[in-house]
Design a protein around this ligand. Structure first.
Ligand SMILES: O=C[C@H](O)[C@H](O)[C@H](O)COP(=O)(O)O
Length: 260
């Protein structure tokens, strides 16, 4: 049975719905993202230093944190945003902000993902952010990843969708060719990402993004990660290996919380 959206509650955790209640509404993907995000925010406590993620799922979590601060249900939160966009959102919500230079230990980070494998490894960056996310989420005590169930995969990178790599603009074609050749056996095609105006997409850090499209999965992820990072010109890639401590999945049958 599909999860039902309650008009009274901001989210619901139901596996079935009493027949006496009004007919359930099938949730949209965005509503599922919101459910996962709100669940994650239940782990936030006053006084925490929080990594604030980026993307359409993380946006719901940041909104919720802002709301709880405004209502006085959370106090003394410091947010470390993982992108300029999240920074703007947090500022608009009145969330006090800092950065890694001033807070090198983060209690909890909450962020979305593009793919999640059964070992809680992630692909991130299809929305344009990955480097700041990796810096922030790599230094937190707990990293809760929030997704709707469409993000679950058996193997990272095998979905035919982009595996993002942030590269320096200098001779990006050279770097893209190196990346494509590295994964030749997986039928890799490396493409520079463009923005909505058809110009090279520029990250928050002034870099470009090369998206790797793979026909097969890339085998051992740690080996692939190390090989990518050895290419001069690569800044960082979107595989977040062994980083998420918890993944909250919202789906048709309710919420699933997977812990490392
Ligand atoms: O670049 C974007 C980030 O890594 C996002 O967290 C990721 O793409 C998931 O985004 P969304 O929640 O919008 O699906």
């Amino acid at each position: 049975m599909a999860i039902a959206w309650s008009e009274k509650a901001s989210y619901v955790e139901v596996l079935s719905r009493p027949p006496s209640l009004s007919p359930p509404v099938i949730l949209t993907q965005d509503e599922l993202k919101k459910i996962a995000a709100y669940k994650a925010v239940e782990f936030v406590e006053s006084g925490m230093v929080l990594g604030l993620g980026t993307g359409s799922t993380a946006k719901h979590a940041v909104d919720r944190i802002g709301e709880l601060l405004r209502l006085g249900k959370l106090k003394n939160i410091v947010g470390i945003p993982t992108s300029k966009k999240t920074q703007e959102q947090a500022v608009s919500l009145g969330i006090p902000l800092s950065d890694l230079d001033h807070h090198s230990t983060i209690d909890l980070a909450i962020d979305g993902a593009d793919e999640v494998d059964p070992h809680l490894n992630l692909v991130k960056g299809r929305g344009g952010s990955l480097l700041r996310e990796k810096m922030v989420e790599g230094t937190c005590k707990k990293f809760i990843c929030i997704v709707d169930e469409s993000k679950l995969v058996k193997h990272l990178g095998g979905s035919g969708l982009a595996m993002p790599v942030e590269v320096v603009p200098f001779c990006w074609k050279f770097t893209a060719n190196k990346l494509q050749n590295l994964f030749e056996d997986s039928g890799c095609v490396a493409k520079l990402r463009n923005d909505s105006k058809g110009k090279s997409f520029v990250t928050d850090n002034g870099n470009y993004t090369v998206d790797l499209y793979l026909k097969k999965d890339i085998g051992d992820l740690q080996v692939a990660s190390d090989a990518i990072l050895r290419i001069a010109g690569v800044v960082e890639h979107g595989m977040f290996l062994d980083m998420a401590t918890t993944v909250i999945v919202a789906g048709e049958l309710g919420i699933t919380i997977k812990n490392k």
